[in-house]
Each structure stands twice: as structure tokens, then as C-alpha cells.
Design a protein around this ligand. Sequence first.
Ligand code: ARG
Length: 278
Amino acid sequence: MVRPADPAPVAVPRHYLMCRPAYFAVDYAINPWMDPAAGVDRDRAIRQWEGLRDLYRSLGHRVSEIAPIEGLPDMVFAANGALVVDGRVYGARFASAERTPEGPAYLDWFRQAGYAETREPKHVNEGEGDFITFDDVILAATGFRTEAAAHQEAERLLRRPVVTLQLVDPRFYHLDTALFALAGDRVAYYPGAFSEGSRRVLRSLYPDALLATEEDAAVLGLNAVCDGRNVVIAAEAVALADRLRGLGYTVHPVELDELRKAGGGAKCCTLELRHPRV
Ligand code: ARG
């Protein structure tokens, strides 16, 4: 049973980092969505990405941009570039050789932007793709990309408890393809993406969670971004969108199917910059 969100969802302005897909391509395959033989329409990817960026701005959010680097086709997926909590930056260390140079590139951006505490990671982790931050806890995944040892590393640096979850379905290789944060400490997730033990953990932490279906998950509907009231979500996730409306959220469907050819959606393109609380 899902109770109506209570109190009414309220939007909180965010600061996001994004990377224009100027060099977007699918010329290697590191997840089951990627088919190098299928080809992509880069101009279309850019138009879809611009639509997402402009939507955030129209919702009152601040968007910063990191310059894309030629030869790094997945750099558009800014969520993987770092994890930022209270202004502290935990750098990414990618699991694949193809994406490895993105880690230092994102850390450089943070240093140049004046972030005082930036940490080069010891352990493999793919940034906010595998870490979802709440006020008093961070959910972190392992199984395909991020190592469990990175969860501890992040917990020490960011000084928030980290709960480890196990991903088991290769289509949902990052935590942000299977779960997203709603208002307050509410969540939506697809149970089938998680191990039996992790499902138990999620049930006890979030008894009121919105449980998504496989159909919702298979169009990357869980790769959504919520500011507390607005939910930016894959246009194809119609059933999930309807349920969110029923809970009082304002839903903004976005067409990002060109980027989905690389296995990414709205959330993947979006790294939240969480400044220190004042
Ligand atoms: N092709 C990219 C990869 O497999 C997609 C990353 C999507 N990002 C995300 N946060 N889920 O690494």
C-alpha cells in the first residue's frame, strides 16, 4: 500500500552538473543496453539533452556544465563523475578502462570550481550512479560496478551512514537505474533489481515505498530526478508517471531515448551538487 505523500510534496531548488553529449557515441558495450552496431544520432542526443537542461532551469534549478572531452562518449552521464555531499567531493574511479579518464576529468572540474575537499578514491565507484543520498543515510549499491569497499570509503569521507545494497539484474547495473528518491525520505524502486537480502533491507527502511514494475524499469523509468515535488522521468514510463501524479507529484516526461542506447536516462545525465547546509 502506498499512502499519499504527506505533507504535500514541496520543491527545493537544486544545483546540478551536466555534460553536453558533444562526443556521444556507442562504440563499446559495457552494459546490456549498448549495441555498437546500432549507431546513434548524436544531434538528436544533443537536442534531447538540451531539453532536459532547459527543463531543470525552467523549474528553478541551477545547472553548471563541465566541458565534454573528445574520446569520452559516456561523459554525458555526469551522475557517474563524483558524489557530492555537504560540499565534499568523493571522486569516481570507473570499473571499465573506457571510462577511467572521466574520474580525473570530473575531479579537475571540482578543483577549478573551488571545492576545497576533493578526494581521489582508492576503490572502484561510479559516483552518484551507485550512491543515493538522503538527509541521514546514503544508499549504495554493489554488484556490477561500485565495490563495497568504496561504500566505507564514502561513509568516512562524507560522514553519513551508508547502507549497502546488492544489485542482481545486469540491465540495472547502477543503483540509479533501479531506485530514486522522492520527497522527504520516500523512494520508488524496482524490487527485481535487488538481491533477496537487499529487498528485505529496503522493505524495512521504506515500508511506504512506491514499488515499480518491470515495465517501468525496462524503459529506465526509475532513472528519474525528483526535487521534492517535480519528477523528471522517461516519457515511456507512463504507468509509473500516473502513480506519481496520484501521490501529488508534478510529472515532467522527457524524451531521452537516444541516450538510452547507452543505458542512461535523466538521472544519469545529472549530478547533484549538494552544498553545505547552512
Ligand atoms: N554507458 C554508461 C555506462 O555503462 C551509462 C551510464 C549511465 N549512468 C548512470 N548513472 N546509470 O557506464
